[in-house]
Write a protein that binds this ligand. Structure first.
Ligand code: NAP
Length: 279
C-alpha cells in the first residue's frame, strides 16, 4: 500500500477563540505561497488542555499558536521550553517535534521589535528611557525585548503594582517601577512609550493616561490593534510623536511558527496587512 504524505495541520488554541485573526493570516500565507496545509481555530477549555494537546500530533498537527488563557499553563505541559519563554513565563508558539516532544517558544518580543523596526526605522531604543504601561503577559515579552535591544532604563507602571514589582525582580535593575497614577509623569524624556494594557481595546475601558508631557520625539506603540488607530495613538500623534499600531506585532510574531510548520518564511508586507484587515 502506498503511504500518502500527511497534509500539515496547525492552528491557534484559546478560550474563546472565535475573535482570533491568526487563521486569516496563516491561511492567507498558505494560499499566497501555494503551500499544502491548513490552519484552524481550536477552542479548548483550560481543564481539557493537557489531554487534548497530547492528542493533536497524532491527528497530523505540526504545531500551534497559543493565546489567552493558555499561554502560561502551556509551559507546564511542554517538554522543551526556550529560555526566552521561560523568562517571560508564557509561550505563544508550539512545535510538535517528530520525536514526540512539544517545544514551546515565545515570539511576541521579536514580533514587537520587528514591527517597530519596520514602521519606524529611525527608532534608536538605546538612546533613552522607555515607558511601559501595563505588566501582564504581553508586557513581560515587551520588557525582555527592550532589554535585548539595549534600552538603558524601563519605567514601568501598572494598575496592580505587585505585577510590576514581579517584572522588576525577574528582569533586574533596568526596571524602575512607578505608581499607575504617576504614569503621565514618566513621559517627558522617554524615547519609547508602549501601551501593553488592554485599555482602549474595543469593549474595554478607555485609555486615560494624560499625554501632556509626552516627548514629541518619542516612538509610541499600542499593542492593542482593535481598533487599529486607538485613542492613545491618535492623542500621541497629535503631540507630535511617531506612532506605530499593534497589528504588525501580530503579523511578525506569527512568521517564525509558520516557517517551522510549513517550510517557508513568509513576508510581512502591506499585502499581508491588507489581507488580515479585510477579513
Ligand atoms: P493580560 O496579561 O491580561 O494583562 C492585561 C494588562 O492590562 C494588565 O497590565 C492589566 O493591569 C491592564 N489592565 C486591564 N484593565 C485595566 C484597567 N481598567 N485599568 C488599568 N489597567 C488595566 O493581557 P496581555 O496578554 O498582557 O495583553 C494585553 C494587551 O495586549 C491586550 O489588549 C492584547 O490583545 C494585546 N496584545 C497584542 C499583541 C499583538 O500582537 N499586537 C500581542 C499580545 C497582546 P492589572 O495587572 O492591574 O490587571
Amino acid at each position: 500500500m502506498t503511504e500518502h504524505p500527511r497534509i500539515p495541520l496547525a492552528g491557534v488554541i484559546g478560550h474563546p477563540i472565535a475573535h482570533s485573526r491568526s487563521p486569516a493570516l496563516h491561511n492567507y500565507w498558505l494560499k499566497r505561497y501555494g503551500l499544502k496545509g491548513h490552519y484552524i481555530p481550536i477552542d479548548i477549555a483550560p481543564v481539557e488542555l493537557p489531554e487534548l494537546i497530547r492528542s493533536l500530533p497524532r491527528l497530523g498537527f505540526v504545531g500551534l499558536n497559543v493565546t489567552i488563557p493558555h499561554k502560561e499553563a502551556i509551559l507546564q505541559i511542554a517538554d522543551i521550553v526556550t529560555d526566552r519563554a521561560a523568562l517571560i513565563g508564557a509561550a505563544n508558539t508550539l512545535i510538535f517535534r517528530k520525536d514526540g516532544k512539544i517545544h514551546a517558544d515565545n515570539t511576541d518580543g521579536s514580533g514587537f521589535i520587528a514591527n517597530l523596526r519596520q514602521h519606524a526605522p529611525q527608532w534608536a531604543p538605546a538612546s533613552g528611557p522607555a515607558v511601559v504601561l501595563g505588566a501582564g503577559g504581553a508586557a513581560r515579552a515587551v520588557v525582555a525585548a527592550l532589554i535585548e535591544v539595549g534600552v538603558p532604563e524601563i519605567r514601568l507602571a501598572n494598575r496592580t503594582r505587585p505585577r510590576a514589582d514581579a517584572i522588576r525582580s525577574d528582569f533586574g535593575a533596568k526596571i524602575n517601577v512607578h505608581e499607575w497614577v504617576q504614569a503621565g509623569n514618566l513621559l517627558d524624556d522617554a524615547v519609547t512609550v508602549i501601551n501593553t494594557t488592554s485599555l482602549g481595546m474595543t469593549g474595554k475601558p478607555d485609555f486615560r493616561v494624560p499625554l501632556d508631557n509626552l516627548n514629541p520625539k518619542a516612538l509610541v506603540n499600542d499593542l492593542v490593534y482593535t481598533p487599529l488607530r486607538t485613542q492613545f495613538l491618535i492623542e500621541a500623534e497629535a503631540h507630535g510623536a511617531t506612532v506605530v499600531d499593534g497589528l504588525g506585532m501580530l503579523l511578525h510574531q506569527a512568521a517564525p511558527g509558520f516557517e517551522r510548520w510549513f517550510g517557508t518564511r513568509p513576508d510581512v508586507d502591506d499585502a499581508t496587512r491588507q489581507a488580515v484587515l479585510s477579513l
